[in-house]
Design a protein around this ligand. Sequence first.
Ligand code: A2H
Length: 255
Amino acid sequence: EGVPVQEYTALKLKVKEWPESAQKILEGKLPKDANVYFVPATLRPETMYGQTCCFVGPKIKYGIFKVSDNEYFFLSQRAARNMSFQNIFPEWGVFPQVAELIGSDVVGTLINAPLSVHTEGVRILPMETVKDTKGTAVVTSVPSDSPDDYATVTDLAKKADYYGIKKEWAELEIIPIISTPAYGNLTAPALVKELKIQSPKDTKKLEEAKEKAYKEGFYKGTMLIGEFKGKPVEEAKALVRQVLIDSGDAFNYAE
Ligand code: A2H
């Protein structure tokens, strides 16, 4: 573990409908009225208006952990353990696991994404580059502002059959969230084009795009949507984060 602490916003994406593969595994393991949430960790809460899907690593092991009588979190065991020392579970150091699944079991799950313009819900989709060693191993996708996310949804739509998904799950509309002087209203697509990024495997170029997108967005970006429309991102970031926390849709998570 590095020395600096990373402060994430952990978001709660409520499950609306499981795919059959997950239903089979979960049979009898959850109370009828249980709410299960996918819990992505993000550094860009101000972009949550633009969520179009949410990624899991298809081969990564996940758990469903009981937080209260009717609240359960889907995330990595590593993250659950960390959270149990951050007062996120009721008992210090305890993170009761009720089920174990791998990412591919939950691909296709329909979830509700707080603040997203896609109020009908978004899907859980596979992302090969999700790391098990940071955050919660669940990554919410904002293709307008994250080059990784844009490269991945583009690839998923192109090879939907190969990935065993419906093409339309990867093709929800990408709307402008932040405007920047250098890249316009859709920073990630602009950078992916400029750097000629062909696939999610162009790791080096994606690293460069990510760096540029983050700096330009944070220091020079202006919000185009939501309660803080017109405000600089530097200001809006903490405000949107607080809105999400106050509504019960997010909480702080550090590692
Ligand atoms: B960010 P850091 Cl719009 N594996 O959220 C791979 N990527 C992960 C991850 C994991 N286990 N956990 C979190 N992440 C992603 C939004 C976003 C993000 C935007 C733009 C850039 C960006 C929407 N996706 O991140 O290594 C999450 O994606 C680029 C820095 O801990 C999280 O924030 O610094 C970010 O990486 C955390 O990266």
